[in-house]
Design a protein around this ligand. Sequence first.
Ligand SMILES: [Zn+2]
Length: 304
Amino acid sequence: MSMRELVVLGTASQTPTRRRNHNGYVLRWDDEVILFDPGEGSQRQLLHTTVTATDLTRICVTHFHGDHCLGLPGTIQRLSLDRVPHPVAVHFPASGAEYFARLRHASAFHETAELAVEPIHADGQRIPLRCGTLEARRLHHPIETYGYRLVEPDGVRMLPARLTAYGITGPAVGELSRLGHLDVDGRRVTRDEVSEPRPGQRFALVMDTGLCDGVYALAEAADLLVIEATFLNSEAALAAEVGHLTAAQAARVATESGVRRLVLTHFSQRYADPTRFVDEAREHFTGDLVVAEDLATVPVPPRR
Ligand SMILES: [Zn+2]
């Protein structure tokens, strides 16, 4: 079983606090190791995890506010320092290309790592990966912002008891799976007779937005949803004004979208006590709830 998990580098919005690093997340998903929104200090936070710069295959930036991108210079230079041998893909809103260019070359360094820069130009842009499809959706924030989701295609799960009943073993199983049918003792056995549908898994990251269609498009049926909950409901008016979500809104999105495991993060420094986010979200979401802490690891829930 391949590893699919979220590693939290930081959970603070706007400014780091004594307890929280600037925002930042790594998703391990089979052969992809994706760094999302590296805020300041992300390079050092990585040292406290089992992820190395050389593991990274891709960097996704939702938007160019500092808490989502000030970690780019250090991280990008580190890729070269460590002589990362593979190209690292980078995605960000195309309108922020100038910010990216500056961050990438913020100071002098010997550039050896190859970045495959592929900006996001449009809502719904899809990037095909070996393990599924990475999709960007436009969010609602004062500057151009995209959330991301990773969708694994649906597949089938072979049922050993049925295979045995038909006397299908060894390489014949692979053949049946590939061809969709197999002739056994003069009878055609179809894949549907010996398998059941296996829904693909979904991960979504919704970062810096007011409520909008893009939030729901990203969250739809996510196995793991990482979503900003900058504010509590007591600051709902402020949240709407500045393009952010409250814990209550994020939790309602999760319920309405059929999310399995909900990770709240990107907290305003005004709240010292994280249990307030738990309490508020719990009123609206009964599923698996995680209020993110720096350096926590959150597994993608096992398949249904
Ligand atoms: Zn932010």
